[in-house]
Design a protein around this ligand. Structure first.
Ligand code: UDX
Length: 456
């Protein structure tokens, strides 16, 4: 099939690469000329395991191309995916200007029956707005090409995106049940047939329910994490090990063992933004989602928990201390720093006068860029932040180690060496990577999240 992807961000690039991989002819469009140049020259603007190789393979086979030419994009695809960004507006609602601009562009250039697929995470009712925007442009051109707008939310996780796309647990798509909608549904089923093996993974529904499914999934997952984080904070004060509790409750199939890890807060491009957007939609309809407002507040507070533990142990004035920070990306296997807990922690440590030496396996360049903006490059706080080339180099002579992201590289360090490198054997662990008993045996003072580390 001929496919056009509008927007070469995270979702767009992964979708484009995976659809080319299954033999489709894919044209990826973006307004950012520098991104398209980079992609045409063999580069990849984001880090995602396996993506570079997959793009290379399909570029070489002539199955994927990149262009800024929207008219060519609208002409090329039988199915046009809209995968542009939906950043939060000032009030928390999703900003749809890029989605609607893409829709207008499609309406201005389409030349035959098209299926337009909303892949971006968009509020309920957006497909209808896309439909109107396209129809208005066609009316302007006095044309009547038939088309149908489909909602096909993407559930991929950063760091595992290719695998999630190639082996999805479900493929949700919402279509209208008119003639064009039925034709669109058939095309979607053939497009996704290669990903629909073993058992039925296609979940067809109406458009609005498909739009809501994405928000509901992220709201449910964010709620799980915030609840675990609050339980962990309590556990730490009453002599309970949250990790034992996690295993105990996760064995119940109704709860399930995934996504129950307490930590120093969730980040990324999806949870914070989607939780906010859903709260906003709910309040617009006078149906406030009180639970989600609490989830958001709990998460904001959780990003401060490491700072609070450090202050409780070392005092409010941290100007005498240098901290090694391991992990800057919002989660492992990505260089994404959006809403990363490390940003809150490091800003707080620096504001209290501390020095920080940070290390991340992949996100270092992105971290330099982000912290120069967050802290202002010429500030004295920024001058107290440095970056180490190796994890142990960050730790050398530091007063404490703070673990913020659970990269595999941090899971079993040489503890003897670590202990020897630290000025004081003190670890604050925001991801519960180590066993308190083992740390005790090594005579390392260990503070984690809800792991019986607080004095009773
Ligand atoms: C998420 C959803 O999983 C995905 O389906 C959706 O399409 C986009 O948002 P992603 O943002 O890539 O994907 O990250 P994910 O792996 O889900 O983690 C989100 C955040 O939750 C991270 O900050 C992670 O550290 C945190 N988390 C996750 C926990 O704190 N505890 C857990 O048990 C799991």
């Amino acid at each position: 099939m001929k496919i056009t992807i509008i927007g070469t961000g995270y979702v767009g690039l992964v979708t484009g690469a995976c659809l080319a991989e299954t033999g489709n002819s894919v044209l990826c469009i973006d307004v950012a000329a520098h991104k398209i140049d980079l992609l045409n020259n063999g580069g990849v603007p984001i880090y995602e395991p396996g993506l570079r190789e997959m793009l290379e393979r399909n570029r070489a086979a002539g199955r994927i191309h990149f262009s800024t030419d929207l008219a060519a994009g609208a002409a090329h695809g039988d199915i046009l995916f809209i995968a542009v960004g939906t950043p939060p507006d000032e009030d928390g609602s999703a900003d749809l200007q890029y989605v609607l601009a893409a829709a207008r562009n499609i309406g201005q250039h389409m030349n035959s029956f098209k299926v337009i697929v909303n892949k971006s995470t968009v509020p309920v009712g957006t497909a209808q707005r896309v439909q109107h925007a396209i129809a208005a442009e066609l009316a302007e051109r006095a044309l009547e090409h038939p088309f149908s707008v489909v909602s096909n939310p993407e559930f991929l996780k950063e760091g595992a995106a290719l695998d999630d796309f190639m082996r999805p647990d479900r493929i949700v798509f919402g279509c209208d049940n008119d003639q064009n909608g039925v034709r669109a549904a058939d095309m979607m089923k053939s497009l996704y047939a290669p990903f629909n093996c073993d058992h039925e993974r296609l979940l067809q529904m109406d458009v609005r329910s498909a739009e809501m499914t994405k928000y509901a999934a992220n709201a449910m997952l964010a709620t799980r994490i915030s609840l675990m984080n609050e339980l962990a904070n309590l556990a730490g004060c009453i002599g309970v090990d949250i990790d034992a509790v996690r295993a105990g409750i996760g064995a119940d199939p109704r709860i399930g063992k995934h996504f129950l890890y307490a930590g120093c807060g969730y980040g990324g491009s999806c949870f914070p933004k989607d939780v906010q957007a859903l709260i906003r939609t709910a309040s617009e309809h006078d149906q406030p989602l009180r639970i989600l407002s609490a989830v958001e507040a709990v998460n904001d507070a959780q990003k401060q928990v490491l700072e609070q533990k450090i202050v409780a142990r070392l005092g409010a004035d941290l100007s005498a201390f240098r901290f090694a920070v391991w992990g800057l990306a919002f989660k492992p296997d990505t260089d994404d720093m959006r809403e990363a807990p490390s940003r809150v922690l490091i800003a707080a440590l620096l504001a209290r006068g501390a020095k920080v030496t940070a290390y991340d396996p992949i996100a270092m360049d992105e971290a330099r860029r982000v912290f120069a903006l967050d802290l202002q490059a010429e500030s004295t706080a920024f001058a107290r932040l440095s970056f180490a080339a190796e994890p142990m180099q960050a730790v050398e002579g530091a007063d404490a180690l703070v673990v913020v992201t659970e990269w595999n590289a941090f899971k079993s360090p040489d503890f003897q060496l670590l202990r020897a490198q630290l000025k004081t054997p003190l670890i604050f662990d925001g991801r519960n990577l180590y066993e308190p008993a083992a740390m005790n045996a090594l005579e390392i003072e260990y503070h984690a999240i809800g792991r019986t580390d607080e004095p009773l």
